[in-house]
Write a protein that binds this ligand. Structure first.
Ligand code: CTP
Length: 400
């Protein structure tokens, strides 16, 4: 567990920092919130004190040694949201309140998350300040693109709290520290295809991107990774530090997985649930009556088979994309599936939940075998992959 200074400046998005604070404290981190005077006009002192369990100060006069101590105390400083003014002050070393002095004192990693109007973000002064800060090793996140305060939209939105949390976690516990060192990791990705005849197949739209990102993150975490790729574009595999086995059908994917004794198996592939009961040896001709009836048979549930044969200490991860229907919500379906499948982790895509402005490429909730949420992630597929790998590495430590 780490000690985090959460700096909050006076942007409209300051309320999102309260959600970030909850994510950080839920991890067990000690968080000292340092709002600026303007931030307190957006979200009051009582909120920060209640959520962090610690008193909050904004000036150096309330406790004259605090700015020195906080800078030394912190394992990480996060500023979210960071206004253009904060970027300018930090870039030029100004120190006129507790947050800016803490930034000058800090020798730990610093994560700055800007939020402002597009014009301010694009202004040459801001560009230069961001460049200066990045040049000094400060991690400055790119703002999200979407609706801003008022009617305009563009780059400048504060990224979602889950994305900031993932970036903060990466700085505190880099995958480069190797949480999967020595682990053999098998990841399936893509979608299986089932032949109807020599030229046609039944398939699905899975690109394999999420699974490939998981393979990348697992390799970055020190794992010895094998990717079983079902019908993915080979260009997506560029630079991947993994051995790759290509498969096409569910039977091929099952054979590739069944023989594996990996320590971690991630079933990210979209596996066909049905396949034609018989594959025509020749190209099917158009029927004279205009219709075609296919007889399909169910494929084996590979994930269920893995769970049934799981050896002690092995971690098995499934994926589920769900939509709500008349019977239950997407989340309820996912929870039922988590209990039915019994995987250590079921990564559930809330495909029915609208997150607003279409700027978040993926959002997942991670459920344990009892259907209880044990983690969330949102952001790019790479960011989601990093969170999934962190979570499964933590699980492996607990199981091992
Ligand atoms: N899966 C599998 N074998 C199958 C079908 C799915 O191993 N024949 C795995 C997928 O790789 C994924 C998980 O099971 O990790 C959930 O896939 P999904 O298609 O959502 O599950 P189903 O059991 O097919 O449930 P549904 O009835 O909702 O289609």
């Amino acid at each position: 567990m780490a000690r985090v200074v959460l700096g909050v400046t006076g942007g409209i998005a300051a309320y999102k920092a309260a959600l970030l604070l909850r994510l950080l404290t839920a991890d067990g981190h000690e968080v000292q919130v340092v709002p600026t005077a303007n931030a307190l006009r957006m979200v009051g002192e009582a909120t920060w004190r209640a959520l962090s369990g610690r008193p909050v100060h904004t000036t150096v006069w309330e406790d004259p040694t605090e700015h020195v101590e906080l800078g030394k105390w912190a394992d990480l400083v996060v500023v979210a949201p960071a206004t253009a003014n904060l970027l300018a002050k930090a870039a030029h070393g100004l120190a006129d309140d507790l947050l800016s002095t803490t930034l000058l004192m800090a020798t730990c990693p610093v994560l700055v998350v800007p939020a402002m109007h597009t014009e301010m973000w694009r202004n040459a002064a801001t560009r230069a300040n961001v460049e200066t800060l990045r040049g000094r090793g400060v991690v400055v996140m790119e703002p999200a693109v979407g609706r801003l305060t008022g009617p305009d939209s563009g780059p400048g939105r504060l990224p979602e709290p889950e994305e900031i949390h993932a970036a903060a976690t990466e700085l505190l516990h880099p995958l480069a520290d190797g949480p999967l060192t020595g682990a053999r990791v098998l990841v399936t990705a893509g979608g299986t295809r089932e032949s109807l005849d020599p030229v046609r197949f039944l398939g699905n739209r899975s690109s394999g991107r999420q699974g490939i990102e998981i393979a990348r993150a697992a390799a970055a975490a020190g794992g010895e990774v094998t990717l079983v790729a079902a019908n993915v574009d080979p260009a997506l595999l560029a630079g991947l530090a993994a051995s790759v086995a290509t498969v096409s059908t569910t039977a091929e994917l099952e054979a590739a997985v069944a023989g594996s004794d990996a320590d971690v198996i991630v079933m990210a592939a979209a596996v066909a649930d049905y396949r034609p009961a018989a594959v025509a040896g020749h190209k099917l001709k158009k029927a004279p009556d205009g219709g075609l009836t296919l007889r399909l048979e169910q494929t084996p549930d590979i994930l269920a088979g893995l769970v049934a044969r799981r050896r002690p200490g092995q971690v098995i991860v499934g994926f589920a994309a769900e939509t709500g229907d008349d019977a239950a919500s997407a989340r309820q379906h996912a929870e039922a599936k988590a209990r039915r499948k019994g995987a250590d982790l079921l990564v559930f895509n809330e495909v029915s939940e609208t997150r607003g402005f279409g700027d978040v490429p993926n959002e997942v909730v991670m459920l344990d075998a009892a259907g209880t949420a044990v983690g969330r992630a949102a952001g790019t597929k790479a960011e989601v992959a990093r969170r999934v790998v962190e979570t499964l590495a933590g699980l492996r430590t607990r199981l091992g």
